[in-house]
Design a protein around this ligand. Sequence first.
Ligand SMILES: C[S@@+](CC[C@H](N)C(=O)[O-])C[C@H]1O[C@@H](n2cnc3c(N)ncnc32)[C@H](O)[C@@H]1O
Length: 279
Amino acid sequence: MVNAESIKKLVREKYAAIAEQSITENKSSCCGASGCTTNVYSIMSDDYTNLEGYNKDADLGLGCGLPTEYANLKLGDTVFDLGSGAGNDCFIARSIVGDKGKVVGIDMTEIMINKARENAEKLNFQNVEFRLGEIEKIPSGPDRADVIISNCVLNLVPNKENAFTEIFRVLKPGGHFSISDVVLVGQLPNALKNASEMYVGCVAGAVQKEEYLAIIKKVGFKNIKIQKEKFILIPDDILLSYLSANELLTMKNSTVGIFSITVYAEKESSCCDNDVCCK
Ligand SMILES: C[S@@+](CC[C@H](N)C(=O)[O-])C[C@H]1O[C@@H](n2cnc3c(N)ncnc32)[C@H](O)[C@@H]1O
């Protein structure tokens, strides 16, 4: 994979294809990783079916956490969901923020946006909106969201610092995010790292956990916490599509780990602790 634009083209094409499939087809197509026999997404994704607001047409089985469960959403909040897919987390968020709140899903894949809009229309929601756009240039003015959520997306964004800088920009002062994403501990074997199928399958684009947290700190967020951490076990038959038996053994005996984390952080309000405004 050569540059950011070609990576994004590949990601867009793959998720456009996935948008046209059912969750069952996505399971058998393996995290969009053609050639695999089982599915990474179903390993990563959590069970949504008991959550209030769950809409099965919006659930393509593409998440790696339940950010709405950790995001401390409140009635009336404005919530942005970055990389909203068919709207799965948006509809859960809508059930929490209610009629007076607002949910904005943002995705760069047009077919995903269309699918999400169809779902919102069927539900007759007036306050759930889907915008076509990129996370590196969020289609929104500054200081608009009370809460930002995202589910298994930022690993796909080539420049993660740009993504978090944009998240900082559009959050209101005093706002926060809960983001579920894939991170690594240790180095993946090159054959996995360089496989485009592993990139679109949410593995190879992931960065080291410490680097991920350092980026969040660098762009200015405070009170950074990991709310949930889950080890992702990729089945051998998938790994053997890229690695020899020996390479697989070496990887298993190493300390390399692929994790789904849900991470929280706050954009400090412009007032000081004693409520005296700083600006
Ligand atoms: C793994 S899917 C997750 C979808 C959704 N969050 C869910 O859990 O069902 C990744 C989604 O992120 C979108 N995406 C990837 N990179 C993006 C970017 N740079 N800007 C906006 N959307 C992006 C893709 O189009 C796709 O819909």
